[in-house]
Every structure is written in structure tokens, then in C-alpha cells.
Design a protein around this ligand. Sequence first.
Ligand SMILES: O=C[C@H](O)[C@H](O)[C@H](O)COP(=O)(O)O
Length: 230
Amino acid sequence: MTDKNLQKKQAAEAALQYIKPNMIVGLGTGSTVSYFLEALAKADINIVGVTTSQVTSQHCAELNIPIVDIDEVDHIDVTIDGADEVDTYLNGIKGGGAALLMEKIVAKNSNENIWIVDESKVHATLGSFPLPIEVIPYGNGQLFRQFTDRGFFPKLRRQANGDPLVTDAGHYIIDCHLNNINNPYALAEYLEGQVGVVEHGLFLNICDRVIIGGETVTIKERQKTNTEQV
Ligand SMILES: O=C[C@H](O)[C@H](O)[C@H](O)COP(=O)(O)O
């Protein structure tokens, strides 16, 4: 196992301490979450999962982890998810696995969000990982042109056969190569104002706790803003 995968596994296993019997648990998507699902199945804790992608639902079926549709629960206790990048404020970029839309819906409906990552994901500012933007197929070329004009260096995500990748919800993804996002809040506001943009991969003020695998596992908590504390 590579160092990176070992760290993912360490973070995933450390997340088990936050899972208690009878919880409704949001289950993210990606290779780090796969390690978490395996640890969860092994620990045999009686939970029910709410999944964020077809891939995760499939993996739960293989591991006999019971899942329920998001609209059949009145709350989600905690969601465990990976991230592509996380900064010092615990804001992050997600969507490298094309699951950002459902991941954000599950995260926004969770009482607590915990991210599990390896050390390579932690950066002072966001932007070294291309920002995924999920868009409606109709008119995606117009958005692409707009992003190009703004210097976002967009790239339409494609499958191995060259066709555009289609998300679980039937949309396309445009990855924007921004390098350094000085003001993620302003960027999020701009993107949320564009017709045709369904969701973007900036997850701001969402993650409550990040678990970073490494020689020693590090756990960081987000300081809540005054408005959030009220
Ligand atoms: O769409 C995918 C998700 O946002 C993943 O959580 C993210 O890409 C991290 O994936 P991995 O754990 O494979 O690095």
C-alpha cells in the first residue's frame, strides 16, 4: 500500500470513533470513503447509511451496509466524506469523483460533517486541485466560453472514450484550473448566480472536523463563525 493510501486508511479508521449505534450516517464517495465503508462493515455497528453516489450505494450493497433514501429520513447524524483539497479554515474542494451535487445535499442536511483525507490534500489556500462545476448539458458551451473569458482555464470532463462524463444526476462537469482561489466566497457567489450551473465543488463552512492520516493521525475542528453559533 502506498503512503497516501495508508494515510487514507488511517483517517478512515479514525472516523469510526464518531459513529455510534443507531445513527443515520451520510456516506460520501471516493477511495478514502471506500476504506471507511470497509472499516464500518468490519466494526459491525448498527447504523443506516444515506449514500452520495451510485458507486457508494453499490459498495454498501457488497458490504451489507443497510442504506435508505435521503427522503426517508428526518435527519442525518453525521456524514463521513473525503475531499480533494482542504484549507486551514476547513473549507474545501470536492467533486474529483463527480459526486459533488449529492455530496453537498447530504452534507447540508447533516448535523455534523467529518472529512477524512491524506496529508497531500491539506493546503494553505484552495485552487491547486481543479474546481469541478456541475452544469446542465444544454448550453454548457456558453458557460465554458464565459469561464474561459474569466481566465478559469476550463476543461470539460470526459470519459475514457472521449464522450462527456455524465454525473449520476445527468449533468456535465467543467473542471476549472484556477491555481489559487483568493476569495472562495466571492467565487462561490458568482458561480451560484450563473444560469446552467447546478452546483460547484467549493464546500465552504460545511466541514466541522477533518481527520488527516499520517505518522500520527491529526484531527482539526472548524471554528464556527458568530452567525453560525447563534
Ligand atoms: O466526487 C468525489 C468526492 O468529492 C471525493 O470525496 C473526493 O474526490 C475525494 O476522493 P478520494 O478519497 O478518492 O481522494
